[in-house]
Design a protein around this ligand. Structure first.
Ligand code: AKB
Length: 323
């Protein structure tokens, strides 16, 4: 029987993936972990504190729980990685190699996300092919390429069924992202509801590849449930959904918040990172090998973001009134 361990469960992907795993496979077989105390992030189900840099602790928890699948999400994102490259290297690389080693020793399957950041300025921009030049210029990108290679290595050398997706920027309303270059596409919605205006850290015409979280979570589950024999690019499948600029996103937001205003104060670090990534990934291999299809277009995503954020605000207001 499947028994699932999630690392980084309190983060942007982890929060929504854990909820989906609890629904799909049941609360008794899903253990959510994070380096922070569960009181600060856990919503329901089994949860505990775990630092995946501690190999012994990771091995103990995996063995005690009898995990069959590890969804390894703990990582430092692109802009935060540039602020402290050594810390990002340590967490992104040592965390992943520990997970892969424990998986090799215990027979677990592994999912871990890669990113559009695994590409660099020399990669074809539109679209970036599945197999192409990967010379990223950020520490986050370096750890993502190395992570893809580590997953390949553990698959061919030790038979670990390690799978992965190269995600573009992810947009969601449940938990905030932290330290990513694409975070603006989440912050902008909160700002639209709070004060009808936003100062964007990227130039208005910076076109980036993006995906709504509901599609991303479905992609993870579908990849992990795909028959092994159908997968050629087991790790690091390109997946994509939407491409838009901050100016285009602002126009789509004005459909819901007509008074919304945006101005631009590009942050040199984030702008340089965004400019080094492709505008769009070619995801035809994912479509052919395991049937990947995105569902949310820009207007659907924007409408669902406002629905979700307004529901959250109403819930907090009701909670505050009840106290
Ligand atoms: C980031 O902006 O760092 C992430 C990513 C594209 O991997 N959202």
């Amino acid at each position: 029987m499947k028994r699932i361990l999630v690392t980084g469960a309190g983060g942007q992907i982890g929060t929504e993936l854990t909820a989906r795993l609890l629904d799909r496979y049941g609360p008794a077989v899903t253990l959510a972990t994070d380096v922070r105390e569960p009181a600060t992030w856990a919503r329901s189900g089994l949860a505990e504190q775990l630092d995946c840099l501690d190999l012994g602790a990771l091995r103990t928890v995996v063995t005690r729980f009898g995990a069959t699948d590890i969804f390894h999400l703990a990582a430092i994102l692109s802009a935060a990685a540039e602020a402290d490259p050594l810390r990002a290297y340590r967490i992104n690389m040592n965390g992943l190699v520990n997970v892969l080693q424990v998986a090799a020793d215990t027979g677990c399957r592994v999912f871990t996300p890669s990113s559009i950041a695994a590409f660099g300025p020399e990669t074809p921009r539109d679209p970036a092919p599945q197999s192409t030049l990967q010379r990223p210029t950020t520490m986050y990108g370096v750890t993502k390429v190395a992570g893809e290679l580590l997953c390949d290595y553990y698959h061919t050398r030790f038979g670990v069924d390690a799978r992965g997706l190269r995600f573009p920027g992810l947009v969601s309303y449940t938990a905030p992202p932290g330290g990513g270059t694409t975070d603006y596409a989440v912050e902008i919605f909160h700002a639209a509801l709070d004060r009808s205006r936003y100062t964007c850290p990227l130039k208005p015409d910076t076109r980036m590849d993006m995906m709504y979280m509901a599609d991303a979570i479905r992609a993870i589950i579908e990849l992990m449930e795909a028959p092994s024999a159908s997968l050629v690019h087991r790790n690091a499948f390109n997946v994509t959904a939407l491409q838009f600029t901050p100016a285009e996103l602002a126009d789509a937001i004005r459909v819901h918040v007509p008074a919304f205003a945006i101005d631009y104060e590009p942050d040199p670090v984030r702008q340089a990172i965004a400019d080094s990534w492709p505008e769009r990934l070619d995801d035809s291999e994912a479509r052919e090998q395991w049937g990947w299809r995105h569902e949310y277009e820009l207007p659907d995503m924007v409408a669902d973001m406002f629905r979700g954020l307004r529901t959250n605000l109403a819930r907090h207001a009701a909670g505050a009134a009840g106290r």
